[in-house]
Ligand binder design. Structure first.
Ligand code: PLP
Length: 403
């Protein structure tokens, strides 16, 4: 059944383009022969190229101010998957080269991360392992948290990189990033964080956290898809991942996506200001708490994590529950028929029927993890959307004969 208006509650998968980003990008997306005046190659020497270059550098400066870092510490990419891959392969490769150059030809690197990272971090780490690196994946507790002490205990003489996500995309647990970065540094390693889900939902200042690298994605904060950024603290050794024309100071070759950069910067400015964060976070947290209360008033529904009302240990916009007696896919499709979009797992793995990997890591039994439901909200989510979800969920439970 098609609905004119959706109650879209899958913002952790992707967000609609915000008005600010759309407005900023419009001049870069017109068609026809005259549109080249705003759509040049930022590396061309002529007027058209120089215009694109200055739009790109303005976007970099604006994004750097939103992320609290220097413009020359930011490298634009085609999304957080690329940022994560660049940071992980690039930092490890630079460290190995340095150690080998110092007379350790057989140096084997060790990488520490967590078992609940996104695939964009886990897969490159698996690949490093396949190539001979040592890997330690820290297990979270049942609330979805890891600690700096766990990082400290995992460190070895050959640890070159620690990567811990700032906020988990499935259950919303926020990790102690500054403390984990300290533990990594104390053990002689560099520290990277995947900050995709944290940006715009909690305060995130690169320079205050003591981190060496961080990955960001535009489309999770209502910017355009296919645009991301990698923060690399000035002087952090990192080998480029994409080789070619040497754009982005040699860190990321490829003709720059100026409209994407402009849209990313506008979306970040709109959601990271102190004023935007404080009012929005409170509003989202209120809806999150209301959803947990409503869902857990059903006997067959269990909260996946102990997220107490008002809790600041979890993202304000993510709710995760399991429904005993229903599979995620069935719920997602039936709610969709009512015009309500939610997720059963992360978007990239939601087509498989395996139990939710993150919930399994939290110790949730397989049968329950098969019935995972994630509801995630953003700046355009309204109380009306929540009411629509509740009505659709009630009819789903009635249909399934559950209470
Ligand atoms: N990291 C996290 C935590 C994510 O949630 C996602 C997207 O689902 C990514 C990385 C990948 O981001 P992108 O879609 O920009 O490649």
């Amino acid at each position: 059944m098609e609905h004119g208006k959706f109650a879209y509650l899958d913002w952790a998968a992707t967000a609609p383009l915000c008005f600010e980003a759309a407005r900023a990008m419009a001049p870069y997306l017109q068609g026809g022969p005259d549109s080249i005046t705003s759509q040049g190659n930022a590396n061309s020497l002529h007027t058209v190229g120089r215009r694109a270059f200055s739009a790109m550098e303005d976007a970099r400066a604006s994004l750097a101010s939103s992320l609290r870092c220097r413009p020359d510490e930011l490298f634009f990419t085609a999304g957080a998957t690329e940022s994560d891959n660049t940071a992980i392969f690039g930092i490890v490769s630079a460290a190995v080269k340095a150690r080998r150059a110092k007379g350790e030809p057989a140096f084997v690197p060790h990488v520490v991360s967590t078992a609940i990272e996104h695939e964009a971090v886990l897969k490159p780490i698996e690949e490093l392992k396949r190539r001979g690196a040592q890997v330690t994946l820290i297990k979270p507790d049942t609330g979805g948290f890891v600690t700096a002490q766990q990082v400290e205990s995992a460190m070895k003489h050959n640890t070159v990189l620690v990567s811990v996500m700032a906020a988990n995309n499935e259950v919303g647990s926020l990790q102690p990033i500054a403390q984990c970065a300290d533990a990594a540094h104390a053990g002689g390693a560099l520290f990277h964080t995947d900050a995709v889900q944290a940006l715009g939902k909690v305060a995130f200042a690169c320079r205050d956290l003591g981190i060496d690298a961080a990955s960001f994605s535009a489309h999770k904060i209502a910017g355009p898809k296919g645009t991301g950024a990698l923060f690399l603290r000035k002087g952090t050794p990192c080998e480029p991942y994409l080789l070619g024309g040497g754009q982005e100071s040699g860190m990321r070759s490829g003709t720059q996506n100026v409209s994407g950069m402009v849209g990313f910067a506008a979306a970040a400015a709109a959601c990271t200001s102190d004023a935007a964060l404080s009012s929005e976070v409170e509003r989202l947290r209120g809806m999150r708490d209301e959803l947990y209360r409503f869902l857990c008033s059903h006997r067959s529904v269990h909260s996946s994590v102990p997220c107490a009302p008002g809790s600041t240990d979890y993202l304000p916009n993510v709710v995760n529950v399991t429904v005993d007696g229903l599979e995620s896919e069935t719920m997602v499709l039936r709610l969709d028929r009512e015009g309500v979009q939610v997720s059963g797992g992360s978007a990239c793995s939601s087509k498989s029927l395996a139990p939710n990997r993150i919930l399994a890591e939290l110790g949730i039994p397989r049968d329950l993890a098969l019935g995972a439901l994630r509801i995630s909200m953003g700046r355009y989510t309204t109380e009306e959307d929540i009411a629509r979800f509740k009505a659709a969920f009630r009819s789903l439970m009635e249909w399934a004969g559950l209470d």
